[in-house]
Design a protein around this ligand. Structure first.
Ligand SMILES: NC(=O)c1ccc[n+]([C@@H]2O[C@H](COP(=O)([O-])OP(=O)(O)OC[C@H]3O[C@@H](n4cnc5c(N)ncnc54)[C@H](O)[C@@H]3O)[C@@H](O)[C@H]2O)c1
Length: 520
């Protein structure tokens, strides 16, 4: 297999490419509503228990999904833990890798169609929707190669008369529970890791984006994943909870909120009757991502990077900036310049290329952002709000807050929307102290010109991904393996070396090779 390279994003500045996007969206809109079935083996049951709608136009139905019943969850578990895990686990790693690479080609061929679905179902603006499809392709290509490396085992010390071998076997059944904000890349990444390593996988996608999940399951099945090795179980949280506690599940790959992640960790720690293994939980959770700005930072660089980090995709990336810890010497200047930038943000539909901030995913998210904005106004100051916010659709007003007390929940809780708070700090050390108080440690950023300051912050900041003198979103597979520490995650890095080890069981075989005479 050729060396891994990232899938190039579309050149959206080119008029012909933009015309293709418009055509893809028109084609999407002309097709019937997407169906996300409960899909177990070759049984496919469609339904409309869950309906996803366009966040920018909530009357527009995007997908109708069947919700998995307890009986269907049982059937999926029986199939996956029986034939599914056995047959797929016995398939040579090279064959499994080929299937994943074929699925990457499947996505590549349909990238505009898939991005159009994301535009409608998650209100992902085109550049982010396209990047999400590219990341999904990257996960497939990267984990296919990683699984081949794992299949080669690892060298161990050999002594005369003894042969030592380390190999990794599939664990069995992986339950994947995914969020809506990277509706193809995140579920596909977790599913691909489980499949690449020979496990059977049950996918419980986010209830907000079942259409995207159905598409990725189609991609994998049409590329050669046997039906018994991959099931789609749309539904609300209780479908995920049922998988987590079932004794036939070996690994749970979860990405989502802190609250749900902790519940999963607790539930998976139980060992119900009949379970002969310990479950492993890979949990990627929420954060409260801060950017430290030192007094010597170049505001011409800082302002656009902060605006992009905080407001692109309406602040709904797990890596989005939510706090700025700014040196007191330039605090007022930064707030003034950020305010100017926030006021002119273009809030609009995801499909428009001039949109800076699309709607948030649902009404509840809109209300949450407004609640925190009201709290910021009460306890501190609103330095800026974007004007001209559409009244129809789940639009939340991009907001810049300042002068909040240190104990404000606006500074410590994950809001997951377009609200950025700036805090005044005495110096970079004080910024690091504040950051260190947080139970979250997902991403952070630093703007500073002094290399000693950069080294100091690298040493002190406990986050999983630290970005220096750049925006803090946009991690790429193999370049910025991604995942948080502390209560932001179990410390595994998606798209990086070591990730696949979560999905396998190590086995060491030691053979005495001294001859004891021939058996006759
Ligand atoms: N660290 C990362 O890499 C990363 C990436 C993307 C999103 N996130 C986080 O995800 C969150 C946003 O996503 P969300 O709103 O979909 O999160 P969520 O936790 O509400 O839902 C995630 C998934 O868990 C399921 N679920 C809900 N209750 C459950 C239960 N009791 N047992 C099992 N499963 C259950 C949901 O149905 C959904 O499929 C944010 O907190 C964000 O920071 C983190």
């Amino acid at each position: 297999m050729k060396a891994f390279v990232n899938e190039p994003v579309l050149e959206l500045r080119r008029a012909p490419v933009r015309a293709q996007l418009a055509d893809a969206l028109a084609a999407h809109d002309a097709r019937p509503v997407v169906q996300a079935p409960v899909w177990i083996g070759s049984d496919r049951r469609e339904g409309s228990d869950l309906v996803s709608t366009d966040p920018g136009d909530p009357e527009r139905v995007v997908t109708e999904a069947a919700a998995a019943t307890p009986g269907e969850v049982e059937a999926a578990l029986a199939l996956a833990s029986g034939r599914g895990a056995k047959a797929w686990g016995a398939t040579p790693a090279a064959e499994r890798a080929e299937v994943l690479v074929r699925a990457a080609a499947w996505l590549r061929e349909r990238r505009l169609e898939i991005a159009a679905l994301e535009v409608r179902e998650a209100a992902k603006p085109w550049p982010e929707a396209d990047a999400d499809v590219c990341e999904a392709i990257d996960f497939l290509e990267y984990y296919a190669r990683g699984a081949l490396d794992l299949a080669r085992g690892a060298p161990l010390l050999q002594m005369p008369g003894e042969r030592n071998e380390l190999r990794w076997s599939p664990r069995g059944v992986v339950a994947v529970i995914s969020p809506w904000n990277f509706p193809v890349a995140i579920p596909l990444g977790m599913v691909a890791a489980g499949l690449a390593t020979g496990n059977a996988v049950l996918l419980k996608p986010a209830e907000q984006t079942p259409g995207c999940a159905a598409l990725l399951v189609r991609a994998l099945r049409e590329s050669g994943v046997p039906p018994e090795a991959l099931a789609l179980l749309p539904g609300e949280g209780e479908v995920g909870a049922a998988l987590v506690k079932d004794p036939r599940v070996h690994t749970i790959a979860f990405t989502g909120s802190n609250k749900v992640g902790l519940e999963i960790v607790r539930s998976a720690a139980e060992v119900p009757d009949g379970q002969r293994h310990l479950k492993r939980v890979v949990a990627e959770m929420g954060g409260k991502n801060a950017v430290i700005v030192d007094s010597d930072a170049d505001l011409d660089e800082v302002v656009p990077a902060l605006v992009a980090s905080a407001f692109v995709f309406a602040g709904q990336k797990c890596s989005a900036a939510a706090r700025v810890l700014c040196h007191e010497a330039i605090h007022d200047a930064l707030v003034e310049r950020l305010a100017g930038a926030v006021e002119v943000l273009q809030v609009g539909q995801a499909e428009r290329l001039d949109t800076d901030v699309p709607p948030v995913i649902e009404r509840e998210a809109q209300e949450r952002v407004e609640r925190y904005a009201a709290e910021a106004e009460r306890a501190g100051r609103i330095a800026a709000r974007a004007g001209d916010v559409p009244g129809h659709g789940w639009f939340a007003t991009p907001t810049l807050a300042a002068d909040l007390p240190e104990d404000s929940p606006v500074l410590s809780e994950e809001i997951f929307g377009p609200l950025l708070a700036v805090e005044r700090v005495r110096d970079v050390a004080a910024a690091c102290d504040r950051l260190d108080e947080s139970p979250f440690a997902l991403t952070a950023g630093l703007f500073a010109r002094n290399p000693d300051t950069v080294d100091y912050v690298i040493d002190r900041v406990p986050v999983g991904n630290l970005y220096v003198n750049r925006a803090i979103t946009g991690a790429m597979v193999a370049r910025q393996p991604f995942g948080g520490n502390r209560l932001s995650g179990t410390g595994t890095k998606a798209g990086g070396p070591g990730y696949l080890l979560q999905f396998v069981e190590p086995r060491v075989v030691t053979e005495n090779t001294m001859r004891h005479g021939m058996v006759v």
